[in-house]
Design a protein around this ligand. Structure first.
Ligand code: S3P
Length: 448
């Protein structure tokens, strides 16, 4: 089954050299947050460089249902006119494929006296929601979902919310952010403790919108304290380009012979940039050019060149949160390195848009790459450049990153690599195919 009904089978063949400039779209995490925070503010928030991927478009639609005026001015320029809170939607909220969209929205509405029914596609409706419904019930919200805490689910927001102190049991920026967004409409101080640092866009953006929020390191981890019921001020937001999307042209250049690709204006927030550190440790020819700070976020142009001598490494488990979405494409690069790449402490990969360890291990094996895996670890045995056989058909399980990872792999494998369905790619990187073919990637759509 595909994201939108009709599967889009695709094939990629040995490509390269890849050359040119890869302008990847805006950051998905920041795009969702811009729309949600804009809608919770009185007045007009302007957003430049919004990711117009399906996940974010679904959040834009949701914010309209919650009462905000959301306008697309063209060219990635959007505005959101909020009414200072969320109104009860007349219809159900369909977040499509987006775990970030639904979890952040559940948090945001949990402290409003409204009732909302959330649903999603076949992938999202399988994913665990108790990680959000547990903390929001402490604020006073009530959730009624399917068995196992799955969507569709109706949440009745708290009429008289109370602030909470909550230690996040899994390393998840979505859960942390849901609690902070709920805390916005509760009186007093809401405290979130995260034992492992995860992406901190919500904290940074809340500061920008004028909330009182402090972050301290303690023996328990990062302690984030938000003072509830702030007056939020509308913002002008420039969304940096997405490091998780940049990962694909960067990694394609590293593995395709003779390549030299520039990926400009990439957000390198340390809570997101773990993949690039890992690639450099593997011996990738990856440099940061024109390093600067924009809108409070570190940004650089990434230059990636063909790197035939990469070696497998043990990825430090404490780095996992800063590259959690990049393990699928890292496992592809690992196949072209020599020696083993060991990835531990990555249990969360099993509850993403798909079970990403299972999906990647199965597809890599179908292409002649040896993989061992356990509940929270996996090891890819590198074949060395030029030795990845390819020729396999890979299932993508409604997961954009699985689809893009295998298409990237086929661009450097001996035999073409096929995927059963590339339609989910539109959720995060709608221009992926054009961008990769523009660099010299040999990608076709086919029926099989
Ligand atoms: C995201 C957090 C991560 C990540 C997702 C985006 C966010 O999920 O995988 O793509 O924007 O907060 P978890 O919070 O479940 O780790």
């Amino acid at each position: 089954m595909s994201a939108h009904g009709t599967p889009v089978p695709m094939t990629s063949c040995k490509s390269g050299p890849l050359k040119g400039i890869a302008n990847v779209p805006g950051d998905k995490s920041i795009s969702h947050r811009s729309l949600i925070l804009g809608a919770m503010t009185v007045g007009e928030t302007r957003i430049e460089g919004l990711l117009e991927g399906q996940d974010v478009l679904d959040t834009a639609k949701a914010m309209r249902s919650f009462g905000a005026t959301v306008t697309d001015h063209g060219g990635g320029n959007w505005s959101v006119n909020g009414v200072g809170g969320l109104c009860e939607p007349e219809t159900l909220i369909d977040c499509g494929n987006s775990g970030t969209g639904v979890r952040l929205l559940m948090g945001a509405m949990a402290t409003h006296p409204i009732s909302v029914t959330f649903t999603g596609d076949a992938s999202l409706n399988k994913r665990p929601m108790a990680r959000v419904t547990d903390p929001i019930s402490l604020f006073g919200a009530k959730a009624h979902g399917r068995s196992g805490g799955r969507l569709p689910m109706t949440i009745q927001g708290a009429k008289h919310p109370v602030p909470i102190r909550y230690k996040v049991p899994v390393p998840s920026a979505q859960v942390k952010s849901a609690v902070l967004l709920a805390g916005l409409n509760a009186p007093g101080k809401t405290v979130v403790i995260e034992p492992e640092a995860t992406r901190d866009h919500t904290e940074r953006m809340l500061v920008g919108f004028g909330a009182e929020i402090t972050v301290e390191d303690s023996s328990e981890g990062r302690v984030i304290t938000l003072t509830g019921q702030p007056e939020l001020n509308p913002q002008n937001i420039t969304v940096p380009r997405d490091p998780s999307s940049a990962a694909f042209p960067v990694c394609a250049a590293l593995i395709c012979e003779g390549s030299n690709v520039l990926v400009p204006n990439i957000g390198l927030n340390p809570t997101r940039a773990g993949l690039f550190t890992t690639l450099r440790e593997m011996g990738a020819d990856l440099s940061y050019e024109n390093e600067r700070v924009e809108g409070g976020e570190p940004v650089a142009d990434l230059r990636a060149r063909f790197s035939p001598d990469m070696v497998g490494i043990e990825v430090p488990p404490e780095r996992a949160a800063s590259m959690i979405d990049e393990y699928p494409i890292l496992s592809v690069v690992a196949a072209f390195a020599s020696g083993q790449t060991v990835m531990r402490g990555v249990r969360e990969l099993r509850v993403k848009e798909s079970d990403r360890i299972e999906a990647m291990a199965t597809g890599l094996r179908a292409n002649g790459v040896e993989v061992e895996d356990g509940e929270d670890w996996w090891i890819v045995s590198g074949q060395g450049t030029g030795n990845v056989h390819g020729g396999g058909l890979c299932a993508t399980y409604l997961d954009h990153r699985i689809a893009m990872s295998f298409i990237t792999m086929g661009m450097a494998s001996e035999k073409p690599v096929r995927i059963d369905d590339g339609s989910p790619i539109v959720t995060s990187f709608p221009i992926f195919e054009d961008l990769m073919t523009g660099l010299g990637g040999a990608i076709t759509r086919n029926n099989h």
